[in-house]
Design a protein around this ligand. Structure first.
Ligand code: MN
Ligand code: ZN
Length: 344
């Protein structure tokens, strides 16, 4: 059996380069993809540190998977050898309540590549053809990785039922927050962003946000009153910071009858009161992964409505994954998105 290399989190805080069997295509996983680029996501960092409540170990992580089709089996009609693709990370049972109502991203038996089953930080992966999506022609492999976080943003805006007359607060302007801004602004809504890094706020303003709040230098309660009509508060709040305190803050400043979207995976208790939710009749909605949003994201890129060109900040060869994770740990202000590459 041919062997390939992969990046495995053996247990929390232990990252290892492993040799594993090269995947073989079969009736179900009928497409073999040679990995070209894979993004490091906040959730990968969480699995590394043991703070992702969903993950199981040992695990080959990575769910932002871009590559080239190198082999197909019978029944593979969606892609052919040579196609450049991104792979959907969600696998679902197809039978449970969530699957039956069309929400496989929260399947009772959900198996996410890179979280519950082995993912994309390895040289080859075998997947069903239906999970492969063709990349836009002129998008580099490294940049195409950002299609995945874009799908996450599309999912959150879909869960939020964002509309043109919303006044939206996006908390956190990291890789996910900036993707959220790029999708949320397509609705025509007013958008306020908050973060602790001035450079990220400036980039957000340049990218179409209407107001920016530096959480270290400004009082968010006051600024939200100033920036929303009649000091009403956001009609939609999206938590892309996902810290212990961000949900409580969003509930406190949310406008009456508004929606609050959570996306975090922390299990650290946070103080939320009945009154905080009931008195304003808030809709608190979780948004997890994405529900078949890849084609929508790719179509937005093709139409020029979402720009993914040269938005990543750093690349490392995948065998230097430890270096990449260590560098991410420095919280260097230049970090936007770190991508692993697989060139020979
Ligand atoms: Mn991701
Ligand atoms: Zn299911």
């Amino acid at each position: 059996m041919a062997k390939i290399k992969g990046i495995q989190i053996v247990k929390p805080e232990q990252l290892q380069i492993i040799e594993m069997e090269k995947p073989q295509i079969d009736e179900k996983n009928n497409v073999l993809v040679k990995m070209k680029a894979a993004g490091i996501c906040g959730s990968d960092v969480g699995i590394y540190h043991g703070t992702n409540a969903a993950a199981t170990y040992p695990r080959v992580i990575g769910h932002e998977m871009v590559g080239e089709v190198v082999e197909t089996g019978p029944g593979a009609t969606k892609v052919k050898v040579g196609d450049r693709v991104i792979i959907d990370q969600v696998t679902a049972c197809g039978h449970c309540y969530a699957c039956r109502i069309g929400r496989p991203n929260v399947c009772q038996h959900l198996a996410v590549r890179g979280v519950h089953i082995d993912g994309g930080f390895r040289e080859y992966i075998a997947v069903p053809d239906k999970d492969c999506y063709l990349l836009p022609d002129n998008l580099r492999y490294e940049d195409a990785v950002l299609i995945e976080p874009t799908t996450i943003a599309i999912q959150a805006c879909s869960r939020a039922q964002i509309k043109e007359d919303d006044e939206v607060l996006i908390m956190g302007m990291g890789a996910l927050g900036s993707r959220m801004l790029s999708i949320a602004k397509l609705s025509g809504a007013k958008i306020i962003v908050a973060d602790i890094v001035d450079e990220k706020l400036e980039e957000a303003l340049a990218a179409g946000a209407h107001h920016a709040i530096n959480l270290l230098k400004e009082n968010i309660d006051e600024k939200i009153k100033e920036y929303t009509t009649d000091a009403y508060g956001p009609t939609l709040s999206i938590d892309c910071a996902c810290t212990k305190d961000s949900l409580g803050t969003l509930i406190r400043i949310a406008g009456n009858a508004s929606r609050v979207i959570t996306m975090g995976f922390s299990v650290t208790p946070t103080e939320v009161t009945n009154f905080g939710i009931t008195s304003k009749e808030l809709d608190i909605r979780g948004s997890r992964l994405q529900n078949r949003k890849f084609q929508e994201a790719i179509d937005l890129v093709k139409a020029g409505k979402v720009d993914l060109d040269h938005k990543i900040s750093h690349t490392f060869h995948f065998l230097d994954a430890q270096k990449a994770f260590d560098f991410n740990e420095t919280r260097d202000p230049s970090i936007r998105k770190i991508v692993l590459t697989f060139d020979d």
